[in-house]
Design a protein around this ligand. Structure first.
Ligand code: FMN
Length: 196
């Protein structure tokens, strides 16, 4: 039986930078703790992943849902750097790479990226943005108190100048002024796809 009355306060604080609304008397689910503490890793230790563990990870990955049970996904394991580069250059007709993933052991602990509070991201029955500005400002300050983006990481200072306070929302607003993915339709057409 799953024990009830677990506290997720530490994980909640790590994810949101505060504990407002942290559920009390929730069931103890270790996997949920893992999820709350998960983070993206971009650097890996020089330590191979053992074959049995890799197969276990892939088995778990292939346990994900699949549209109409078509089971569309396949994985190509590429171990050699040269082969990886040659494969990238091929991309035959009617094929486009969906995602590249790497598997390994993190080189460092990494950090948990703070999320917007549920006040902002969870709505009941109707979307309500009446308190959005205040909530985002508070989030910007909370996030900045944990980790301030250095001045040299401010985007497009030649357009927007340097902000004295450069929070998450300023960063995302600047990022969104630059369109992304514009080349993708022509890339697909060049590989034989029709998207009309
Ligand atoms: C669809 C998608 C595309 C992403 N693309 C990149 C990428 O190109 N490069 C990268 O370093 N991280 C990429 N990420 C990771 C995000 O930057 C990361 O999830 C985000 O900064 C929040 O950090 P966290 O995952 O540690 O919580 C991507 C994530 C998603 C969901």
């Amino acid at each position: 039986m799953i024990p009830v009355s677990a506290s997720y306060e530490d994980e909640w604080r790590a994810r949101f930078g505060e504990t407002t609304g942290v559920p009390q008397d929730a069931p103890e689910v270790a996997w949920l703790r893992e999820l709350l503490r998960r983070r993206t890793h971009r650097r890996y230790a020089d330590r191979p992943v053992a074959e049995p563990l890799l197969r276990l990870l892939l088995a778990a990955a292939f346990s994900a849902s699949s549209k109409s049970d078509f089971q569309q996904a396949t994985v190509i394991r590429v171990n050699e750097r040269d082969r990886r580069d040659r494969l990238a250059a091929l991309v035959p007709d009617k094929v486009f790479p969906l995602a590249g993933l790497c598997v390994g052991y993190p080189a460092a602990e990494g950090h948990i990226s703070m999320r917007l509070p549920l006040d902002v991201t969870l709505h009941t029955d109707r979307y309500d943005d009446s308190r959005l500005d205040d909530a985002v400002t508070a989030y910007d300050l909370r996030r900045d108190a944990r980790y301030s983006l250095p001045r040299e990481q401010q985007r497009q200072p030649e357009v927007f100048g340097y902000a004295s306070f450069y929070g998450w929302s300023e960063d995302k607003a600047r990022q969104a002024t630059r369109p992304e993915g514009q080349d993708f339709p022509s890339y697909l057409r060049a590989r034989g796809f029709t998207i009309d």
